[in-house]
Design a protein around this ligand. Structure first.
Ligand SMILES: [Zn+2]
Ligand SMILES: [Zn+2]
Length: 191
């Protein structure tokens, strides 16, 4: 079990082509792949008017309420909606860096989502922000060169960015085996 996973999408992000119908809040809660689990659906896909319903469903499942905010354009809407944390797309534009300052003012943790995928210039990000190492995107970049110079400047969080159950690594298969009371045959002793 990993300690935390705060970047997870569900069917509340319908419209994001990567999300499958099986990716429900209920399934994620049952899988229990992390000690602390948060749901961070795209605010523009949830719809501001449905955010209360979304928050209630996440809370009822015992999970943390997050959202993924698509740049400065959505900062006003995001700031007005109560949640436990926000994940932010910081495009490499002055207005989007200013959006980080405004989100920080709300006092809720701000996580900069997959900066390597959006060309976010980490030198322009306030050090109070948390930086994500994102399982979906991080392997597609020179991560040593991208994150290396900033390891002392920031605190980091690790997220799956799961849109499908199997993006939670082997968790689904292990969950099924456990439900069927199957004990995996281990062929080799750990070295
Ligand atoms: Zn994203
Ligand atoms: Zn995401």
């Amino acid at each position: 079990m990993v300690p935390q996973d705060l970047h997870i999408h569900t069917t509340w992000s319908t419209g994001d082509d990567a999300v499958v119908p099986e990716q429900t809040i209920g399934l994620i809660a049952r899988l229990g792949h992390a000690e602390v689990v948060g749901i961070s659906d795209h605010l523009e896909l949830i719809g501001e008017e449905y955010f209360d319903d979304y928050r209630r469903e996440v809370q009822a499942a015992g999970l943390r309420v997050g959202m993924e905010v698509n740049g400065q354009r959505w900062v006003d809407a995001a700031s007005a909606l109560p949640c436990d944390y926000r994940i932010y797309h910081c495009f490499d534009r002055a207005a989007d860096y200013r959006g980080l300052d405004r989100l920080l003012e709300t006092g809720v943790p701000v996580i900069v989502a997959h900066p390597n995928a959006l060309d976010t210039d980490l030198a322009r990000v306030p050090p109070e922000c948390l930086i994500e190492i994102n399982n979906r995107y991080v392997w597609r970049c020179d991560w040593r060169g991208f994150y290396g110079p900033f390891v002392e400047r920031f605190q980091f969080v690790i997220g799956s960015d799961a849109h499908q159950p199997n993006w939670l690594n082997q968790t689904v298969a292990r969950y099924v085996a456990s439900e069927l009371r199957i004990r995996e045959k281990l062929l080799f002793a750990p070295s």
